[in-house]
Write a protein that binds this ligand. Structure first.
Ligand code: C5P
Length: 424
């Protein structure tokens, strides 16, 4: 269930006898790698205590819309923004009605109204309440708005009636939620990614490097895992934790990065080079710390191996994606790189003073990308690196799948519309 790894899942619990099953749902979501926060309605509190959910989720439970202290800690808008997906389980008939009406009458309904992320409901109620035309209308209206309906199951109910209305088992809810994050487009493929800067030793205490944060490469690794790929991430020194289910190889210098890539490239179907590899290294790393007794110091540098170009030369069958950070003439330089290194794709972004959107620095949280391939291009407007990675993977997959076909629609600019974006 790798798709749920590191995902923020907001669980809404409403007033139903099935509320006790939601504790097991939290446990299973956490086992799948998700971080879970729980919002309880007043009705839910009649069936289970907040303490239960605090214990299983590891976080205080959110209950009140009008509690100033709770709002100050994490308010309803922050909760809505925090969530990658919201699941209301169990969802009572009353809650479905309020959701259908767009009410903001308590914390959970307000968060659902404010959230722009996928919303799922797992109804649980008496079978006659479920089949009542009012509920049927409400559910239809929710589904028309894109809200995911999970269940309910049929069977004997707590009240003794038999029929549809039982909350789906937690394991089924977890599977359906995972599907929300899964494009599955890279299932069975191995993706090798380089990320971060490299450090080139001058002496035992000094080095040459750059400001690369590694965020783009790490976000791509996570997005590739979500798409079903096996991911090997070769990373220079960065301050980031490896995304779950990613195999991380840590290196320092460009030569080490080249060696790590060479040792694993045979396994790769796709190679994505996001690393800001130092182009030069000191010809001779001094064994002792250099003393500052000279008025001038000359360092002799020699060229580092071009890892990406080397991969393409030695493994022409691997689909190679390069990155290009440019201060001017983005398209011209990116296309020159595409040609010179014989790549399948180059992902370019503006850096320096012209990059007013992203303040022109490495390491920023956001970016805007232009993607070029022989005969085509795509623009991905300013977004967080995590969002861009999730948009870029489908672009890579689409070119990867079309590689052997005659490129149709040469020069066509692909604008990513809602339909062509991944589901999250
Ligand atoms: O030619 P330039 O350095 O601008 O190309 C950038 C692309 O090449 C990036 O994808 C980067 O990861 C890769 N590269 C590399 N090894 C180098 C230099 C760049 O893999 N020594």
């Amino acid at each position: 269930m790798t798709q749920l790894a590191n995902k923020h899942i907001l669980l809404g619990v409403t007033g139903s006898i099935a509320a006790y099953k939601a504790a097991d749902l939290v446990r299973r979501l956490r086992e799948a790698g998700a971080e879970v926060r729980v919002v309880m309605t007043e009705g839910a509190g009649e069936f289970v205590t907040p303490m239960t959910f605090q214990a299983v989720s590891g976080h205080p439970v959110h209950q009140d819309l009008l509690d100033a202290d709770a709002e100050a800690a994490m308010g309803h808008i922050e909760l809505a923004r925090w969530a990658d997906a919201i699941i209301v389980a169990p969802a009572s008939a009353d809650f479905l009605a309020r959701l259908a009406q767009g009410r903001a009458s308590d914390l959970l309904s307000t968060v659902c109204l404010a959230a722009e992320r996928p919303l799922a409901v797992a109804p649980a109620m008496n079978t006659h309440m479920w089949t009542n035309p009012a509920t049927v209308d409400n559910v239809r209206s929710l589904q028309q708005r894109g809200i995911l309906l999970i269940g309910p199951d049929e069977g004997e109910q707590a009240c003794g009636d038999v029929g549809a209305g039982r909350m789906s088992p937690p394991e089924q809810i977890v599977t359906r939620l995972a599907d929300l994050f899964s494009t599955g487009s890279l299932t069975g493929k191995t993706v090798l990614i380089t990320a971060g800067p490299t450090r080139e030793a001058i002496d035992p205490v000094r080095y040459l490097s750059n400001h690369s944060s590694g965020k783009m490469g790490f976000s791509l690794a996570e997005a590739a895992v979500e798409a079903g790929a096996r991911v090997i991430l070769v990373s220079g020194p960065v301050n980031l934790a490896a995304p779950a289910h990613v195999e991380r190889l840590e290196v320092i210098s460009a030569q080490q990065m080249a060696a790590a890539v060479a040792s694993r490239i045979d396994e790769a179907d796709i190679f994505i080079a996001t690393a800001a590899v130092a182009d030069y290294r000191p010809s001779r790393a001094r064994p002792e710390k250099i003393k500052k007794d000279q008025s001038h110091l000359t360092l002799e540098l020699e060229k580092n191996p071009d890892i990406l170009a080397g991969v393409k030369q030695q493994h022409p069958g691997v689909f190679c994606v390069g990155f290009a950070a440019e201060t001017t003439d983005l398209e011209r330089y990116a296309r020159a790189k595409l040609e010179a290194k014989q790549l399948e794709m180059v992902v370019a972004n503006q850096v320096g003073p012209a990059a007013t959107d992203t303040d022109g620095t490495f390491g920023s949280e956001t970016n805007a990308l232009q993607v070029f391939w022989p005969g085509g291009e795509a623009h991905l407007p300013l977004a967080s690196k995590a969002q861009l990675a999730r948009q870029l993977i489908p672009v890579i997959v689409s070119r990867y799948e079309q590689r052997d076909r005659t490129a149709a629609g040469k020069g066509k600019i692909v604008k990513l519309n809602q339909a062509s974006r991944p589901k999250i």
